[in-house]
Design a protein around this ligand. Sequence first.
Ligand code: ADP
Ligand code: MG
Length: 341
Amino acid sequence: MALEFDLIETYFKPLSQSLSGEEVGIGDDGAVLSVPENHQMVVVTDTLVSGVHFPLETAAYDIAWKAVAVNLSDLAAMGASPGGYSLGLTLPDHDQAWLKDFSSGLEAITKQFKIPLIGGDTTKGPLTLTVTAHGWVPNQQAILRSGAQVGDLICVTETIGDGALGLKLALHQLDKEFTSGLNEIEKQALLSALNHPVPQLAIAADLRGLVNSAIDISDGLLADLGHILEQASGKQSRLSAGLILELGAEIELTKLPLSSAVEKYIAQTHDWSPVLSGGDDYQLCMTFNQNNWPQLQQMAQQHGVRITQIGRVVEQEGIHCLMSGKPVADEFVRATGYSHF
Ligand code: ADP
Ligand code: MG
């Protein structure tokens, strides 16, 4: 189909150019990539469907950025250095203005993280994007969810809850009294967290050896921390041959790093759901041995990334939320929309 050929040549092929001389990107039946010696490949995939994973009216630039960003966030959680990505694109039509805006979003994230587009597929249908990204880790050094240990401290990067509150703002679900109390900078920061998440790829390689486990927060802090605990519990029970050790966590809510907008929201509504179960954060939640804290903090600081301790891994099953050291009622956590704790 000539149109499809033009579209690929104009908008996608230029993003393939940073591959090395021996490699082949867009234009052949498949991409040909060189594998760095003594490394393993980490592969991640995420699909975004219009109206499901982003509001219908989201700008094409932001859709492109986010489709790649959520994948790079998965690579970061594995401690991988970026390799490349492919794009499965289903489009309802060939709207040139939309495509131009879309490809500038792709170009922005491609350049920022120096990760080439290596291929893809283009089809007609309801707007859907599937990105598959790959990256590299030295043999056996990928950061796994199952690595968490009893006694580990838990930390998160930057602030959480902004993406979920940003979605409420974008969908006009917040009451006027609250939104009129936000300044323009706060509103923009919420929308930017929703539409322009910045994957923590800059610190990914340096996390290897410093943290025992990591996950990127896409479904909400409690759910994603829960995944770490489940995976680690499975591993522990295998290791201790039948003696099942279920790991849990204690989270101190007053330590959670919140933006001023999210702080205002909680003060006014007492609703913690954007922070605890909202999702769309694309920040990392990690567990680490406390001896590594000084080095971890220094490394993050060098990259200009804020990391905050929020709790620790314990032997008692479940996620236990504390408010200034006092356990909060189960109903409180249930009210956030988080069910299986
Ligand atoms: P084929 O018919 O062999 O599958 P295509 O016409 O689908 O080839 O694709 C031609 C080339 O363009 C391939 O190298 C493919 O990887 C690339 N390509 C197609 N669609 C995209 C896209 N959305 N993004 C990036 N590359 C694409
Ligand atoms: Mg094809």
